[in-house]
Ligand binder design. Structure first.
Ligand code: ATP
Ligand code: MG
Length: 581
């Protein structure tokens, strides 16, 4: 095989940090010459980016196959009708790319494939004997994201591995779910990623339970909590938390008193005026839920989690009321609503239970009331947990405390139940002769996002630090002076020997200054680099640099191949051990 010579490659490294790239991994993908942008959320993979991507795909494929899933490839173009059959054309209408063919038939560019795979199974599966079945594909998905950003992290076109399981009973469905959960752990570990598994909301997918695989990173778009004591961890969209004791405020037991607060609307303004902590306020938000106005109360220092609120109310829709509605139901302009005397249903966050001595709006312009005892003074329809969990809250599972983190969602597993199989007719005949819907699960990995997450988690100021299993090549041979005959001969012999034992080598033989080549090598970040130059040759040795530790070793020429193989094995092993620990 022809050696991979840098001068014959397309690895267009950049010295400058590209303006558009806000986070390290996006900057490094561009700077290391791995991807290039075509438009918002649209990227070309250059050869070395593609090499790394293929390695991630290969790991995903191997582990999916190992778990018994069968690879298929479904169309990216779907007839619109099938999306209407499940009602998801409506649910996902903002993200779906819609197109028309020459006969003016409406088509959809697939954002995910539950409908398509269920339709397939509806036609091909008829008996319990054909179950369980798990079908997967690795394919381009299309989503018209509102804010494509951070390079491959949130793109309009991205590669997903999506798998769908079909079972005859709940026990089987649980087993299929567990297999995927385990496979995902192995996949991310093999990619050199440390992930945190969190309980997740089921969102537009429907279904009963789900977990997300998160890569902890400041740049992550998801908020999550983890307990400092037990294993509880959850996406903020869903996280529960508890207050160990209701806070004690002054004024408890006193009668409600109205206070004039002209023009003071926000929590900051009001708590400042009363010289009280924001938590002493009862924040009152008016929503319209399935057409009916309702009040939602949360402590002043917390925000309403609308996903949790809608779930608690059990309604299909939930939107913040407009100023006219607010004035109609509270009798006051925006900013002065409170629970006392309200005629609409009042839902209070669980953390408000036992709230006394509180401050809230008077339902009258320019006025608030204090010494409010929620139980005594207001009619609360129901208490439920619908505020966002916060750093320092109590864990819902143990006496521990919650910490908040940011994460990048690289994978997501769902128990779907029978929603899709019922709507699309994926039925099987049981041993008892009864016709039943298949019980489904779906499982996604953002393959391109995972690749970028590896870089986000593994880099330094100089560049990428590739974990061996997903590095675009394992070793770089760097020829320091391409004019020096003996160096050229030694380097070429070395490259051939390394390739002979099956290693992937990048040979930097460009006519560039050594400084440029060193910088590019650190930027591209292959696990090991061998510098071939006069000084080393004079001593009968090569200089080996380990990208991860920054160590430099002098290795005698005769044992170089053996040493490189041993070091790569050690790097793979160390990463694995880190995962265990
Ligand atoms: P997000 O909440 O980040 O929008 P999602 O929950 O909508 O993602 P899923 O439908 O669960 O995504 O898709 C499975 C996986 O595909 C996600 O876990 C993520 O890794 C990846 N993914 C989703 N949207 C994008 C995107 N716009 N660009 C790149 N990868 C994506
Ligand atoms: Mg998801």
């Amino acid at each position: 095989m022809e050696a991979v010579r840098w001068s014959r490659q397309l690895i267009p490294t950049l010295r400058e940090v590209p303006q558009e790239a806000e986070i390290p991994s996006h900057q490094l993908l561009l700077r290391a010459g791995l991807i290039r942008k075509l438009g918002a959320g649209l990227y070309t993979f250059l050869p070395f980016g593609l090499r790394a991507l293929r390695k991630v795909e290969r790991i995903v494929r191997e582990e999916m196959n190992r778990a018994g899933a069968l690879e298929i490839l479904m169309p990216a173009l779907h007839p619109k009708e099938i999306w209407e059959q499940t009602g998801r054309f409506e649910v996902l209408k903002d993200v779906i790319f819609k197109i028309r063919d020459r006969q003016d038939r409406a088509l959809v560019l697939g954002p995910t494939h539950e409908e398509i795979v269920t339709d397939l199974v509806a036609h091909e599966v008829s008996s319990y004997r054909q179950l369980p079945l798990n079908l997967y594909q690795i394919q381009m998905k299309f989503r018209d994201e509102i804010r494509p950003r951070f390079g491959l992290m949130r793109a309009k076109e991205f590669i997903m591995k999506d798998a769908y399981s079909f079972d005859a009973d709940d026990a089987g469905a649980d087993e299929s779910y567990r297999k995927m959960y385990d496979a995902y752990q192995r996949i991310f570990r093999r990619c050199g990623l440390r992930t945190k598994i969190v309980e997740a909301d089921t969102g537009a997918m429907g279904g009963s339970s789900s977990h997300e695989f998160m890569v902890l990173a400041d740049a992550g778009e998801d908020g999550l909590v983890e307990c400092d004591t037990c294993s509880y961890a959850a996406n903020l969209e869903r996280a529960e938390s508890v207050l160990r004791a209701p806070p004690a405020f002054e004024g408890v037991g006193r009668a409600v008193e109205k206070v004039s607060t002209p023009g003071l609307r926000s929590v900051e303004e009001v708590s400042g005026f009363f010289q009280s902590p924001p938590s002493r306020l009862i924040k009152t938000l008016i929503y319209v839920a399935d057409g009916q106005p309702v009040a939602a109360l949360v402590p002043g220092n917390r925000d309403v989690n609308e996903i949790k609120l809608r779930r608690a109310l059990g309604t299909k829709t939930l939107i913040l009321a407009d100023p006219v509605t607010i004035e109609r139901v509270t009798g006051a302009p925006v900013g002065f609503a409170g629970p006392v005397g309200l005629k609409i249903p009042v839902h209070a966050d669980l953390k408000l239970r036992g709230y006394r001595g509180a401050i809230t709006g008077a339902n009258q312009a320019d006025a608030h009331i204090r010494h409010v005892d929620l139980e005594r003074d207001a009619r609360v329809t129901a208490y439920a947990d619908f505020s966002y969990a916060m750093e320092g809250d109590g864990c819902p599972r143990c006496p521990g405390m919650l910490r908040t983190r940011r994460g990048i969602e690289v994978g997501h597993v769902f128990k779907l139940g029978t929603k899709y199989s019922e709507l699309l007719g994926a039925m099987y005949l049981g041993a008892d002769g009864q016709k039943k819907p298949c019980i489904m699960g779906c499982y996604g990995i953002g393959v391109t996002r995972t690749l970028q997450a590896v870089i986000e988690q593994s880099h330094d100021d100089q560049g990428i630090i590739w974990p061996v299993p997903v590095a675009p090549a394992e070793v770089e041979v760097l020829l320091i002076n391409e004019q020096h005959e003996a160096s050229v001969r030694a380097a070429e012999k070395l490259v051939a020997e390394l390739e002979e034992v099956g290693l992937e080598v990048l040979y930097d033989e460009r006519a560039e200054r050594p400084g440029v080549k060193f910088k590019d090598a650190d930027l591209l970040g292959l696990p090991l680099r061998i510098n071939v130059g006069e000084r080393g040759l004079a001593k009968g040795a090569f200089e080996v640099r380990v990208r991860q530790s920054g160590e430099t070793l002098m290795i005698p020429m005769e044992s170089i191949v053996e040493s490189i193989c041993a070091q790569l094995a050690e790097l793979r092993r160390a990463r694995g051990a880190e995962e265990q620990g």
